[in-house]
Design a protein around this ligand. Structure first.
Ligand SMILES: Cc1ncc(C[n+]2csc(CCO)c2C)c(N)n1
Length: 238
């Protein structure tokens, strides 16, 4: 006879991976309903249809440009914390891409939308931006590769997921179209596939506490993505 359980935990407690053993898929499931709300957000639907109002696009891009700064710092922490050189290479290449192509898009889009340097300077951070930056800083300061990966994976995987929904249809204006193709192109797809596989690779090495920390960061990052899209529709500070 097996010993009586010593805790109240149900014996059917779900394992901390999905049926295929992939931590990433388990985390994505655990982050519902925020995951689905983020990748099917009104903003992403309007972007694909080319119908985002200019003031919404301005608000979003001004805030997102600030997001990217903290994101690159987090990427740097992941490069430093990675457990092997093979992982540092794709992360470093990606950091180079984010600081070249993507920054160029922002500057051209600001120009086309009439966003001046003064407007960028004088627009306060939205609370959704501050919260997301704080989360990225928290992940960065753990100096722990799985924790850094958790937040990077959310930022990349959620963007690939909504951008892939365009399925080849692109709106006319480059401000909309390029924001989609930046997040759904062969290089980005490969990178996100690799990043997700990194989380799956390190998953089995985590003990319960470490996995709980990764889960907490992952879920809060998904909620932050959702709130960040919501913020583009809020006129004012919060
Ligand atoms: C709130 C927010 N979350 C995720 C991304 C996605 N993202 C940030 S940097 C980067 C790398 C190159 O595009 C990507 C995909 C974003 N832009 N804004």
């Amino acid at each position: 006879m097996s010993p009586a359980p010593t805790t109240d935990a149900p014996v059917t407690d779900a394992p901390a991976t999905d049926a295929t053993g992939r931590l990433s898929l388990w985390l994505r499931d655990r982050s519902e309903p925020d995951w689905s709300a983020a990748v099917a957000h009104r903003f992403t639907g309007e972007l694909i249809a080319g119908t985002v109002a200019d003031d919404v696009m301005r608000r979003y891009l001004i805030q997102d440009h600030r997001f990217v700064d903290s994101f690159v710092a987090l990427l740097g922490a992941a490069i430093a914390a990675a457990d092997r050189f093979d992982a540092r290479i794709p992360l470093t290449r990606f950091a180079a891409m984010v600081t070249s192509d993507e920054n160029d898009y922002f500057l051209r889009a600001f120009d086309a939308l009439g966003v001046t340097e003064a407007m960028r300077r004088d627009t306060p951070d939205h609370s959704a931006t501050t919260a997301f930056q704080a989360l990225m800083t928290e992940a960065r300061l753990t100096a722990d590769y799985p924790c850094c990966l958790a937040v990077l994976v959310v930022a990349e995987w959620s963007y690939l997921t909504w951008a892939a929904r365009a399925d080849g249809r692109l709106p006319d204006r480059f401000e909309h179209a390029e924001w989609i193709t930046l997040h759904d192109n062969p290089f980005f797809r490969d990178f996100v596939g690799w990043l997700v596989s990194e989380l799956d690779r390190v998953g089995p090495t985590l003990d319960d506490d470490a996995r709980a920390r990764v889960e907490d960061l992952f879920r809060r990052a998904v909620a932050a993505e959702r709130a960040f899209f919501d913020a583009a529709y809020q006129n004012g500070r919060d």
